[in-house]
Design a protein around this ligand. Structure first.
Ligand code: A3P
Length: 304
């Protein structure tokens, strides 16, 4: 079905297999050897976990949120390392002539660079683990991730099968960037390292101001309460939904009817899975989660 294009190639990495698009696997050595600098800041997540939210917050703390640059699209200020596939004109993003060429954008970025990636620990550029730039990692309840991902897949990636089938693919760990729990737990194990900040989407929803202070401290930025309150407001779901620099309304320019209806800033809620998952699917999520969390001290999502 629609998904087969995305699961057409498998990367073998240690004992885990990570599901990546063939676009990525074709260029893997380029990504593996990507140069990393000490003053980079990376936002790394499993998709649909609040990446864009964390990116805007991090960028505003590092650069000047009131500068004209802040009005540029996020993907230009904070490029997506393994930006997949085609741009809206149908040109491959690694084509040097493509206006949205990720490599060009990355190479033209002025220091300190801000970079987004969904790559799991094992596939990130090798230099990350020697150079140790700051990494903000965000995780989210997989049930909400799955629902959010489903809406992105039907609107943007031409997925045509049922929601039930999508849940099955997610739980079978054959979704893009899966296995989900391996992605999370590998960063969870590194959470005490100085260059890593491990955040939860659910905490950002509960007390964004506290997270703003936490991220500022991690990045070594002094912020006063006025700045905290400005940033907290700037990063609310309502404000980000209205902000063309971060709301990805440009996805609607992709050449399909479904893409015209995409709402990237969809709901921004914790627990939307309750409106989607049947009892049986909830049980399957629980079993899958317990399988991965057995023996782990990962404390979240105990409400299963
Ligand atoms: P939903 O589809 O559940 O609404 P990512 O950036 O990793 O792709 O994550 C996208 C998800 O984060 C979407 O979830 C989106 O609405 C949500 N999101 C983005 N900005 C947000 C904000 N400021 N507050 C709450 N949720 C936000």
């Amino acid at each position: 079905q629609g998904l087969s294009i995305h699961i057409s190639s498998f990367l073998k990495v240690g004992p885990e297999r990570v599901i990546m698009s063939s676009f990525f696997t074709d260029l893997y050595s380029k990504y593996e050897n990507f140069p990393v600098y000490q003053d980079d800041t990376w936002v790394v997540t499993y998709p649909k976990s609040g990446t864009t939210w964390a990116q805007e917050l991090v960028w505003c703390l590092i650069k000047d949120p009131k500068s004209p640059e802040a009005k540029l699209e996020l993907k230009k200020r904070f490029p997506f390392l393994e930006d997949p596939g085609l741009d809206t004109t149908g040109m491959r993003k690694d084509d040097p002539m493509c206006p949205g060429n990720t490599w060009q954008i990355l190479h033209n970025l002025s220091a300190p660079r801000t970079i987004k990636s969904h790559l799991p620990k094992e596939l990130l550029p090798k230099q990350i683990w020697q150079v140790k730039p700051k990494i903000v990692y965000v995780c989210r309840d997989p049930r909400d991730v799955c629902v959010s991902f489903y809406y992105q897949f039907i609107k943007l990636h031409g997925y045509k099968d049922t929601f039930n089938h999508f849940v099955q693919l997610f739980l079978d760990d054959i979704m893009l960037y899966s296995p989900f729990w391996v992605h999370i737990l590998n960063f969870w194990k590194m959470r005490h390292e100085d260059h890593i900040l491990f955040l939860r989407y659910e905490d950002m929803t509960k007390d964004l101001a506290a997270v703003v202070r936490q991220v500022a401290a991690f990045l070594g930025r002094n912020v006063n309460e006025e700045q905290v309150s400005w940033l907290t407001h700037h990063c609310t779901f309502e404000e980000m939904s209205k902000n063309p620099a971060v709301n990805y309304d440009t996805f609607r320019m992709a050449p399909t009817q479904e893409a015209k209806e995409i709402k990237f800033m969809r709901k921004g809620k914790v627990g939307d899975w309750r409106n989607h998952l049947t009892e049986e699917q909830q049980k399957a999520f629980k079993q899958w989660t317990l399988k991965y969390l057995q023996g782990s001290d990962f404390p979240y999502y105990q409400d299963y």
